[in-house]
Design a protein around this ligand. Structure first.
Ligand code: ADP
Length: 483
């Protein structure tokens, strides 16, 4: 079974959030099935380190495609996904991707942003032919590659090469749908009548690429069972609930996993001192390092350290932290924040960092610092407004940092809230600053009861969110489609 994965992010080459983690780790588990062969396609973003990952240009891979009246040129690069034999192909376009260091550059013109992924999507379908990689399954992810689902229906519907190809579309976040003016269709070369209708990409007079994939894909995977049911409702449906409710038979909620080799406190190369459940005292050394690095006033190792590592966007519930900024300063705990995103939140956290005793922040994306903070912290705050799956809480548990979460989407599915048996974290339900504060206070109370806190830490570190179980469910979906 040949599976073509397409994604805008693939860890460790390019990552802005969970999407990169998933596409960089799920295939490693899938190829344990000896019938499976995988090729991953992703853009060659300017930030991808070609030398470090031995990424080489394929000879004679120059490709020219005419979009509307504009000729665009591409080249193809390749390397292996680290520690595997899986080919990762990078579509190179200096005009669209090579010229930016960010995976999601800010302030792009809407048309240009859509052109980037339109160009990438058609280039991938052409390059699969060039490589003679005839996919049984094309697995697209989020709106950037959802465009491929429309191309398959519009331009490749009579193509022998894709005649037997089935499609799977993963929704990692329904909030980003790829919406734009229908005039973009002139650029795509698509046959409008095949795609631009209410059972295709048309949504209230706009083009909506995610809607296209929801309608055209053979199967839709949502990254947690709870989020799969939530998005059918008006509250979480982002205007797409009606469309989703029309195709419930296609939708399948499968929980994300994380790469247990990469996120492993016992072997993590980013940590100064490694540790495991039996050597938990070494975790304190990591805490000491972070307390010093961030210049906390109170460096008492007994004082709990609460971490937040996140994209700084509304979805992550950061408005609750803004609402509770004074109350948080009064708590007997230190807070360490790492993230980047909306300017308002970046400024808020910089201000708190400069003007409070117990809150420190670093703005930016930093993989190694993120690992150090997971290892250093006692608790991990994720007060999300909605959360498709969430990987932060899974990584935190692996590092013995107990999640304090709002029980929504994947956070509801993955955390067993105190005081239930074998609890692994703390939950609150209503999206409200005081409820979040109560959950934090509860966590601080339990922190002082060493027996209970250590038992919870043990349950969290022993919880299994590796890909093994979930990958089996993915394989079941693929095999059912092909049978
Ligand atoms: P989302 O995909 O919505 O951003 P997830 O919780 O699913 O959220 O995944 C976030 C991933 O990105 C985790 O691996 C987390 O550690 C990482 N991450 C988020 N922000 C940063 C940052 N500023 N620096 C390093 N890693 C980050």
């Amino acid at each position: 079974m040949k599976i073509l994965f397409a994604s805008n992010e693939v860890a460790p080459f390019s990552k802005a959030g969970g999407l990169g983690d998933v596409v960089g780790s799920l295939p490693k588990e899938l190829i344990k099935d000896e019938n499976v062969e995988i090729a991953i396609f992703t853009p060659l973003h300017g930030c991808v380190d070609k030398e470090k990952y031995n990424i080489k240009e394929l000879p004679d891979s120059q490709l020219k495609i005419l979009f509307g009246y504009q000729m665009r040129e591409f080249k193809l690069y390749v390397t292996k996904l680290p520690d595997t034999n899986i080919n990762v192909f990078f579509v190179d376009s200096i005009y669209y991707f090579g010229c930016f260091n960010e995976v999601y550059p800010k302030w792009l013109f809407e048309n240009y942003e859509h052109e980037r992924y339109i160009a990438f999507s058609q280039a991938v379908l052409e390059y699969a032919k060039y490589l003679n990689f005839k996919p049984d399954i094309i697995h697209t992810n989020d709106w950037h590659t959802a465009i491929m689902n429309s191309y398959l229906v519009s331009n490749y519907n009579l193509d022998e090469f894709y005649k037997n190809t089935k499609t799977v579309f993963s929704i990692h976040n329904l909030a980003y749908q790829g919406v734009t003016d229908p005039s973009i269709l002139d650029f795509t070369n698509m046959q409008k009548h095949r795609v631009y209708h209410h059972l295709g990409i048309e949504h209230f007079g706009h083009v909506n690429w995610m809607k296209g994939a929801i309608n055209f894909a053979d199967k839709i995977i949502v990254v947690s069972p709870k989020y799969a049911s939530e998005i059918m409702t008006e509250e979480f449906g982002e205007g797409m609930d009606f469309t989703l409710r029309a195709v419930p038979y296609k939708i399948c909620g499968i929980l994300n996993g994380i790469d247990y080799k990469f996120f492993n406190p016992e072997t993590d190369k980013y940590l100064t001192i490694n540790y495991n459940i039996n050597l938990i005292q070494n975790k304190e050394k990591n805490k000491e390092e972070i307390l010093n690095k961030f210049g906390f006033k109170n460096k008492d190792l007994k004082r709990p350290l609460i971490a937040l590592i996140s994209r700084l966007v509304d979805q992550k519930g950061l408005s609750l932290i803004r609402d509770m900024e004074y109350e948080l300063q009064k708590l007997d705990a230190n807070f360490v924040i790492l993230g980047s995103g909306d300017k308002d939140y970046e400024n808020l956290f910089i201000w708190l960092s400069n003007n409070t005793e117990n809150i420190r922040a670093q703005i930016g994306y930093n993989e190694s610092l993120a690992h150090k903070i997971y290892a250093a912290s006692d608790m991990f705050l994720m007060p999300s407004k909605f959360e498709p799956c969430g990987l932060g809480q899974l990584i935190a548990m692996r590092y013995g940092s107990l999640p304090i979460v709002r029980a929504t989407g994947g956070l509801e599915d993955t955390i067993i809230g105190y005081p239930l048996n074998d609890s692994t974290g703390f939950k609150f339900w209503r999206f409200n600053g005081y409820d979040m504060l109560d959950a934090i206070k509860c966590a601080l109370y339990v922190y002082n009861d060493k027996y209970t806190f250590n038992a919870m830490r043990k349950s969290a570190m022993n919880a299994d969110f590796s890909w093994e179980k979930s990958a089996k469910k993915y394989l079941k979906v693929y095999y059912e489609l092909l049978s």
